[in-house]
Design a protein around this ligand. Structure first.
Ligand SMILES: Cc1cc2nc3c(=O)[nH]c(=O)nc-3n(C[C@H](O)[C@H](O)[C@H](O)COP(=O)(O)O)c2cc1C
Length: 422
């Protein structure tokens, strides 16, 4: 069955010639340098370890501008220092015959105004550069946040500044600039992150978008900013080099940063907001559309993979939107090798599967899946630390990278109870 994951696939009208369907999902790993928010040499090593001949990696979410920042030690892609640091990463991936897309990120209200004290931002603030935190409307996230500057502090979420209509072309230009930087850094394409309750998703969702201009209200208006960004980035980097990530809400799904959406599901089981967006994306020559499966729990069961209900829950988003989206569809969230192989089999619900937690813990995941080999168990405690541990020390089967024997092994077939198989 795993064979279905090892069928070639041409993306972007020939721009990418994949040899298999096992993709590295975008994963924030917070190992960039503090001072200039650029990837460090261990980041190049991490991506190199996970690259494979004809395999696709998606970078961690990467800030498009100073205004977009808010996660400690997440990288950016707007400055020359960042472009040259990312070049070291992309060169290493290409040396192994792999491809890598850059995920373009603006976190919007998930940031905190204290971020303007970061030395890199403070210098620019003095000359009037836009600062965090902004959103579609002045709706604060519920609860407290760790995205406070400096690192280690925690505070109540502040209401973001609502972006003015007149400055939205500037925002689109920021995405365009970041996309240009990404291509100069050697990326094979860019993925517009419009999922998980970050800025573009804040415009899509009624809970966070209360605007009365042409970017708020109707679904056409709430989708406008995303579609303008996609059009601009496509114009900048070219056909087949742009992808989009969405996380359509399903009833009872994980609620990303409290960004609610009151829109209903239609008779096909589609949230009407996302149905409209996906239909619009059909007209764009994308490399792929990545959908987050709502069965991903966002971390609560990460300490005990065997008990993660995501692995035993049906795939909902990609099977639903497969009927609407005409291009290459990628799914992520709660996949194990067997469910991934079924998902891409003939008549399945997607063309590619992005693995998050299993790929971060298994640098040679495609090889392990092909061989039916056991997987290194991931360790959540080091997902977001800033050191090499939990980042570049997961071993491969060949014993050429990482520390052999450091992580417990798990038989992947044990992760899906037979009765709950898809
Ligand atoms: C440590 C970690 C960091 C993540 N960072 C990002 C990110 O930067 N961008 C993004 O779109 N999704 C991010 N996600 C979500 C993953 O891309 C993926 O959808 C999720 O891990 C579910 O897939 P899995 O069950 O294979 O782990 C992250 C998930 C984890 C566990």
């Amino acid at each position: 069955m795993a064979d279905t994951l090892f069928q070639p696939l041409v993306l972007g009208g020939g721009a990418l010639r994949l040899k298999h369907r096992v993709v590295l999902a975008p994963l924030t790993r917070t190992r960039a340098s503090e001072a200039d928010m650029a990837p460090q040499s261990m980041c190049a090593e991490y991506y190199q370890q996970r690259a494979s001949e004809g395999g696709l990696l998606i970078s961690e979410a990467t800030n498009i501008s100073m205004e977009s920042c808010g996660y400690h030690r997440a990288p950016g892609i707007w400055s020359e220092a960042q472009v040259s640091a990312w070049r070291c990463v992309t060169d290493k991936v290409h040396d192994k015959g792999g491809y890598i897309f850059c995920q373009l990120w603006h976190i919007g209200r998930v940031s905190h105004p204290s971020w303007s004290q970061h030395p890199l931002l403070a210098a620019a603030k003095a000359s009037g550069a836009p600062m965090p935190s902004v959103s579609a409307s002045e709706v604060a996230m519920p609860g407290k946040t760790y995205n406070v500057y400096p690192e280690g502090s925690k505070g109540p979420n502040a209401a973001p500044r609502a972006l003015e209509t007149a400055e939205l072309p500037r925002l689109v230009a920021d995405y365009r600039h970041a996309a240009r930087c990404a291509m100069r850094a050697g990326f094979d394409g860019v993925e517009v992150h419009a999922a998980h309750g970050y800025l573009l998703d804040q415009f899509l969702r009624t809970g966070t978008n209360h605007r009365t201009d042409r970017y708020g209200g109707s679904v056409e208006n709430r989708s406008r900013l995303l579609l303008e960004v996609v059009a601009a980035v496509l114009e900048e980097v070219g056909v087949g080099r742009v992808a989009v990530r969405l996380s359509p809400t399903q009833p009872g799904a994980f609620d990303f940063f409290g960004a609610g959406d009151e829109n209903h599901m239609d008779a096909d089981g589609c949230n009407v907001t996302y149905r409209y967006v996906v239909e619009q994306l059909n007209a764009k020559p994308l490399a792929y559309l990545l959908l987050t499966e709502p069965r991903w729990t966002g971390g609560r069961q990460d300490n005990d993979a065997e008990k993660d209900p995501g692995f035993n829950m049906p795939i909902t988003n990609s099977s639903t939107y497969r009927k609407i989206y005409k291009g290459v569809l990628m799914a992520a969230g709660g996949f194990v090798p067997s469910t991934a192989a079924e998902a891409v089999a003939a008549g399945g619900c997607c063309d590619l599967v992005a693995f998050g937690r299993w790929f971060l813990a298994n640098p040679d995941l495609p090889k392990r899946i092909q061989a039916g080999a056991p997987l290194n168990h991931y360790r959540r405690a080091t997902f977001y630390t800033h050191e090499e541990e939990g980042y570049v020390d997961y071993p491969d089967l060949a014993g050429s990278v990482g520390q052999a024997g450091k992580y417990a092994l798990i038989d992947a077939s044990a992760l899906v109870a037979p009765k709950a198989k898809l």
